[in-house]
Design a protein around this ligand. Structure first.
Ligand code: NAP
Length: 300
């Protein structure tokens, strides 16, 4: 099963990147796009993101073999309901939401008569909107597909093949397991970055100009993550509440252990911990998930 017509609902960073990647890698596939924002639709037309931009979600979905919902997690149910009148029998619905169990339930409820194969491309930047997307965003990045029990094997294979054609590596996983893994690798780091940046800017004894001036000491790297889209991340934390809270509990315990080590002058504990974390950075580079250039390759 190969897709001939793909509809993308939500043309922000991820939706527009999918449109661009399909245009480059699967030029025979017709792409229709829709976004709730008239401003985004106008920009998408100007950028030539899709073959057609529809003003209505159901119209975008008409005749599509694959419809991808690329809207914030909290808007998935609305987006699914809005495409329902246009869907043809046998169409596959997928999404790109950063949390999966809640989204899978919402899509299954909104589209009980259709095949839903949820997915999450683990790729992104701190920018949002249609101008922020690019065709190579998914190259060598993982896309996690989370089919529910009973999902037709050929539909899972088709969604897998689609993401592979866009350059991604694909893993299949249970939605609840996805949510726990991503709570550790993505959601908690974002929460920490949002906290550090917020706390640093509120510290009374340090002025904001000093925080910015001396930010290369480490703070700056957190600000990239903390600049991520507020609506998207609000929804991720609300949707993946249980897994985030469980991970946060563990993080707080480890932070307290490091706090104790500092108070007690336990240098061995600190050095041992930091040696382990340095090894994790090295294995991320070895597995091709980041560049080995020092300071993320920044020019000095
Ligand atoms: P984005 O740049 O903010 O784009 C989302 C777009 O969807 C906005 O233009 C928004 O319009 C539109 N939209 C909202 N509700 C809609 C609806 N019901 N129907 C049609 N369009 C609607 O967001 P993004 O970064 O692409 O994220 C999209 C999804 O990808 C999210 O579920 C996110 O969790 C997931 N994701 C993001 C990243 C990342 O790094 N950003 C990575 C992987 C996965 P309005 O602004 O007018 O609401």
């Amino acid at each position: 099963m190969a897709f001939q017509r793909v509809a993308i609902v939500g043309l922000g960073l991820i939706g527009s990147s999918i449109a661009r990647a399909v245009g480059e890698r699967l030029p025979h596939v017709a792409v229709t796009g829709h976004d709730a924002s008239a401003e985004v639709r106008t920009l998408a037309r100007e950028l030539g993101l899709c073959d057609t931009i529809a003003d209505d979600a159901a119209a975008a979905a008409v005749d599509a073999d694959l419809v991808i919902l690329a809207v914030p997690v909290g808007r998935m149910a609305d987006a699914a309901a809005s495409i329902a009148p246009g869907l043809k029998a046998g169409a596959i619905i997928s999404d790109v939401g950063s949390s999966k169990a809640g989204v899978a339930d919402a899509l299954a409820k909104a589209l009980p008569d259709h095949i839903v194969i949820p997915a999450h491309p683990v790729a992104g930047t701190e920018n949002s909107g249609p101008a922020a997307g690019f065709a190579t965003l998914f190259d060598s990045r993982w896309c996690i597909v989370t089919p529910g029990a009973g999902a037709p094997g050929e539909a899972v294979a088709a969604v897998t093949g689609f993401w592979q054609a866009l350059g991604a590596r694909v893993e299949t996983m249970d939605a609840a397991h996805h949510d726990m893994v991503l709570a550790v690798t993505s959601h908690l780091p974002h929460l920490i970055a949002y906290t550090i940046v917020g706390t640093a800017s509120e510290l009374e004894e340090v002025t904001e100009s000093e925080v910015i001036k001396y930010s290369a000491g480490g703070f700056r790297d957190f600000t990239r993550i903390a600049a991520s889209d507020p609506v998207m991340w609000r929804d991720v934390f609300l949707a993946n509440k249980e897994a985030v809270l469980a991970t946060l509990q563990r993080f707080n315990e480890d932070l307290t252990a490091l706090q104790q080590a500092i108070r007690r002058g336990d240098g061995a504990k600190l050095e041992d911990w930091f040696t382990r974390t340095r090894a994790i950075r090295r294995s991320i580079i070895e597995q091709g998930q980041d560049d080995a250039a020092p300071d993320f390759g920044r020019k000095h």
